[in-house]
Design a protein around this ligand. Structure first.
Ligand SMILES: *[C@@H]1O[C@H](CO)[C@@H](O)[C@H](O)[C@H]1NC(C)=O
Ligand SMILES: *[C@@H]1O[C@H](CO)[C@@H](O)[C@H](O)[C@H]1NC(C)=O
Ligand SMILES: *[C@@H]1O[C@H](CO)[C@@H](O)[C@H](O)[C@H]1NC(C)=O
Length: 192
């Protein structure tokens, strides 16, 4: 009986060790949750074998760059992969060391409420997706933001007031159309 439980625990331990990269509350887990929910179910298995999610550590996945300790994801890039739907809660919003996120040219429709806690984010590219409505004033939380590209979505043209508090912002692209990408220089001046 005692051995039975011991054996069972050993098997469990080995099983979870194998799944180490998907262990809850690691950055790799949050990214895999995002991909699970935004890659279409028909292409998920091909996708996970051939593109992301393969390799022993999430730091070696395609599109991922980790910090020197190989613990936190600092950059994530998944451009033009047909990802669709809203970014779910408990995915990118949990990557608290994330500095650069590029999800351009997908079919992303919205941002999660926990997204605004990413205070280390410097570059965010969500151009050519399907975000609609107006940009949240919570954008003001991104105190380190240097580049924000939300062009070619279906956002209202209004720029939230809080954008003015983003002191590091150098590039702001909110144009609806891919090639109409300038903002009045007066606004840019106000940002500095
Ligand atoms: C955002 O991504 C698009 C498509 O990949 C690219 O053309 C554009 O230059 C990027 N924007 C910024 C500010 O880097
Ligand atoms: C864009 O937004 C407008 C109004 O917010 C809506 O009527 C329209 O259907 C949207 N278009 C797309 C392609 O989502
Ligand atoms: C948005 O504007 C910035 C700055 O002009 C530019 O670097 C970027 O390529 C533009 N994005 C797209 C998708 O054209």
């Amino acid at each position: 009986m005692g051995f039975g439980i011991f054996g069972f625990c050993l098997v469990l331990t080995l099983f979870f060790k194998h799944l180490a990269c998907h262990q809850p509350n690691t950055d790799g887990f949050f990214v895999s949750e995002f991909l699970k929910k935004t890659v279409s179910s028909s292409s998920y298995s091909t996708f996970s074998k051939s593109y992301y999610l393969s390799g022993s550590s999430y730091c070696s996945w395609q599109g991922v760059l980790c910090d020197a300790q190989k613990e936190h994801i600092v950059e994530f890039k998944a451009s033009g992969l047909g990802l669709s739907g809203p970014i779910p809660d408990n995915t990118f919003g949990k990557l608290n060391k994330l500095q650069s996120l590029d999800l351009s040219s997908n079919k992303i429709t919205g941002l999660p409420s926990d997204f605004w806690s990413l205070t280390s984010l410097k570059s965010f590219n969500l151009s050519s997706n399907q975000i609609s409505g107006s940009l949240s004033n919570n954008i003001g939380n991104f105190g380190s933001l240097e580049a924000l590209d939300l062009s070619n979505n279906n956002l209202s043209e209004e720029i939230p007031e809080a954008t003015g508090s983003l002191v590091s912002l150098r590039i702001l692209n909110l144009s609806r159309h891919r090639f109409e990408q300038t903002i009045p220089s007066g606004i840019l001046k106000c940002l500095h």
